[in-house]
Design a protein around this ligand. Sequence first.
Ligand SMILES: Cc1cc2nc3c(=O)[nH]c(=O)nc-3n(C[C@H](O)[C@H](O)[C@H](O)COP(=O)(O)O)c2cc1C
Length: 187
Amino acid sequence: MDIIREPVELPRATQLLNHGPVTIITSAHGGRANVMAASWAMPLDFDPPKVVVVVDRPTLTRELIEAGGVFGLQLPSRGFAAETLAVGSNRGADLDKFSAFDLETFPAQRIDVPMLAGCIVWLECKVIPDDSQRHDLIIGEVVAAYADKRVYSNNRWHFGDDPDLRTCHYVAGGTFFATGEAFEVGT
Ligand SMILES: Cc1cc2nc3c(=O)[nH]c(=O)nc-3n(C[C@H](O)[C@H](O)[C@H](O)COP(=O)(O)O)c2cc1C
């Protein structure tokens, strides 16, 4: 079978990797707190666990993370996609997104940042200072992690029948994918 390999515009190339789960970053410093969506988040190391997020320089999130040295990284599920889009389409400099979008929070265990109740995975991260920041990267060591037991336990995802509890993956323009079915291959 002839496969047609459709060219992709280079500025769109990273979108092809975007269906890692979309995340939401919370941050706080000096009496201000904020929340934004971030598709560009990935694991970096196992032990101690580290993650990388890419946070654009002009965002309030970046300002608060650089000042506070900590951030919350959480996974929204499909049922929280509208809120995810909202916190990724509005600037914390312009409005308090927690109250504007009616986002319930709870205190983190190890860092002084609000965590989002509507999510299904929560990672509390401390920034590891690193010169990679010239690429807008922020490296965080995960100091606490927890997940909604309905979909993750015993080190395994187990998405059930509720489509709203699946993680989701952002493409662009308000379009998301929901995580699909698990399947096994022999080891
Ligand atoms: C689904 C989604 C994913 C996004 N991913 C990122 C990202 O990975 N990095 C980034 O800097 N901005 C990303 N953005 C844009 C920020 O969320 C947006 O600039 C936000 O308004 C910044 O908020 P703040 O200024 O309140 O921190 C994303 C937006 C959406 C809707």
